[in-house]
Ligand binder design. Structure first.
Ligand code: NDP
Ligand code: 2IT
Length: 453
């Protein structure tokens, strides 16, 4: 790490204490950018890094709502409008009790680079609330979404800021949010993505993040003349990203053997086949149950509850070839990274955002495995969101094949950018540097073109 980056990190930590996830995301990017600043001092003198780490705007608001029993609740709502150099702010909304300013700033920061990598004209943003949707009735969810949008609507718009889903925000929530936006504005626009198919949504958007993460893994494997056929795959999470990751692994001949939720994980040595995946989709998306129920139905599988006092995640301690972390941040620490490598894993494609700690990432890089960081590997979701925006503007929906082909091309293109940038800056095979530098250059050049604003 250069003195410049060390000083910058010290300042970030002093100015924004108690935001460890944000510090982590900035440090990882800043270390890669050291390579750029050596050759291009113009970015340093334009103070691009100092500017890019501060949100253009961070909105924090009260969300009061009344539940079905008449009880009043108060949550905190956020929208971080991080960077609009290359397009309107774009990024998901997360509803989870762990949500705070630091977590949303890390997500918004990552989103800026991710969106740039997609090659579509989208700036970066993220938002959400500490609201916990788990176990709540549809009516409670609707009331909360309406209350949340009653403030958010004045800050967003199809050419300003276009939110979408993330943890705890799927098709149901986007529907309630869109309904309230439309009522308040009296406008039917593409102000959110991930909409329902018969009211402006895009085919393949629900599938896009998971499919994209698997396409990215396939691209990495292709550099070694290999495919996913016959590969044993560890997948974490059991939500949107995990489900469609499993589906695409199956399409490409791989064998997924794990899934998890925040309580524990299942290991099915025989493989999670299509029938079992359908069961999981019904369990999670319709009944909104827990992954533990998998072993009641499929007796050969084993369920292990997570032990909060354990220093590692046992899901990553199984023999496999590939890993697709698809739950949440920092779910792979250095012990998990070592376990993965010990168990034969040599492909890691991150469906989740920043699922690996800095120490874990360093272990992957030292061992020279095929490691695709989230901002590259999970960019398929926001890419198809960008395609949804295009279809909304044209008022013309594309077919499933058209969107899937475009998604595949975008993922190939992101992979190529990572490889080329890593080579150009002297670290061949390092997708972390490739993604950070590839994402940065386009935004940095746009910021220079647009002056100090
Ligand atoms: P979902 O809400 O659909 O699913 C999240 C899954 O992760 C659930 O199984 C959930 O378990 C588990 N999970 C959430 N928080 C934790 C936690 N603190 N500890 C352990 N498990 C947890 O979200 P998505 O599938 O959409 O998102 C998963 C990841 O992918 C996130 O990191 C998200 O940022 C990222 N991502 C999502 C995109 C999208 O388009 N949706 C795009 C790009 C990245 P439980 O049910 O118990 O909460
Ligand atoms: O992290 C992400 O890229 C998302 N949650 C999707 C964002 C989007 O705008 O589709």
């Amino acid at each position: 790490m250069s003195e410049y980056v060390k000083d910058l990190m010290a300042e970030v930590k002093a100015k924004h204490p108690a935001q460890p996830e944000f510090h982590q995301a900035v440090q990882e990017v800043a270390e890669s950018l050291d390579l750029v600043f050596e050759r291009h001092p113009e970015y340093r003198s334009a103070k691009i890094l100092e500017r890019i780490i501060e949100p253009e705007r961070a909105i924090i608001f009260r969300v009061p709502w009344v539940d079905d029993q008449g009880e009043i609740h108060v949550n905190i709502g956020y929208r971080i409008e991080m960077n609009s150099a290359i397009g309107p702010y774009k990024g998901g909304l997360r509803f989870h009790p762990s949500v705070n300013l630091g977590i949303l700033k890390f997500l918004a920061f990552e989103q800026v680079f991710k969106n740039s990598l997609t090659s579509l004209p989208m700036g970066g943003g993220k938002g959400g609330s500490d609201f916990d949707p788990k176990g709540k009735s549809d009516l409670k969810i609707m009331r909360f979404c309406q209350a949340f949008m009653s403030e958010l609507f004045r800050h967003i718009g199809p050419d300003t800021d276009v939110p979408a889903g993330d943890i705890g925000v799927g098709g149901r929530e986007i529907g309630y949010l869109f309904g309230q936006y439309k009522k308040l504005r009296n406008e039917f626009t593409g102000v959110l993505t991930g909409k329902g198919l018969n009211w402006g949504g895009s085919l393949i958007r629900p599938e896009a993040t998971g499919y994209g993460a698997v396409y990215f893994a396939a691209e990495m494997l292709a550099t070694k003349n290999q495919t996913l056929d016959g590969k044993i795959c560890l997948v974490s999470g059991s939500g949107n990203v995990a489900q469609y990751t499993v589906e695409k692994i199956l399409d490409l001949g791989g064998k997924p053997v794990t899934l998890s939720d925040s309580n524990g994980y299942i290991y099915d040595e025989e493989g999670i086949n299509r029938e079992k995946l359908n069961f999981v989709m019904e369990l999670k998306n319709v009944r909104r149950g827990r992954i533990k129920e998998y072993v009641d139905k499929y007796k050969n599988a084993v369920y292990t509850a997570f032990d909060p006092y354990l220093d590692h995640n046992p899901l990553w301690d199984h023999k496999a070839h590939c890993a697709f972390p698809s739950a949440t941040q920092n779910e792979i620490n250095w012990i998990d990274a070592q376990n993965l490598i010990k168990n034969g894993v040599y492909v890691v494609s991150e469906g989740a955002n920043m699922p690996t700690t800095i120490e874990g990432v360093n272990i992957f890089l030292e061992n020279k495995i095929l490691y695709g960081p989230g901002k590259a590997a999970n960019a398929g979701g926001v890419s198809v969101s960008g395609l949804e925006m295009s279809q909304n503007s044209m008022r013309l929906p594309w077919t499933r094949e058209e969107v899937d082909n475009r998604l595949m091309l975008i993922m190939k293109n992101i992979h190529r950018t990572c490889v080329q940038m890593a080579e150009r800056f002297g670290t061949p095979g390092n997708y972390v540097n490739g993604a950070n530098i590839g994402g940065f250059l386009k935004v940095a050049d746009a910021m220079i073109d647009q002056g100090v604003v």
